[in-house]
Ligand binder design. Sequence first.
Ligand SMILES: [Zn+2]
Length: 70
Amino acid sequence: MSLDHRLLDLAVCPVCKGPLQAQRDAQNRLVELQCPADRLGFAVRDGIPILLESEARNLDAPSPALAGPG
Ligand SMILES: [Zn+2]
């Protein structure tokens, strides 16, 4: 829990250096960090946020789960 918080304190958007909003799943696990300013979502893998613009998804784009494979 505390590790999460430390991680989030350090986590800023690599594009605008602004604060990121943590998205959690039903088990309260960190799943994504989102930049509301850039409309970017940064995936979290094994608890480590992938803070790369090239890896970010567009929050305004349809969800892959809804859009289907591809
Ligand atoms: Zn940003």
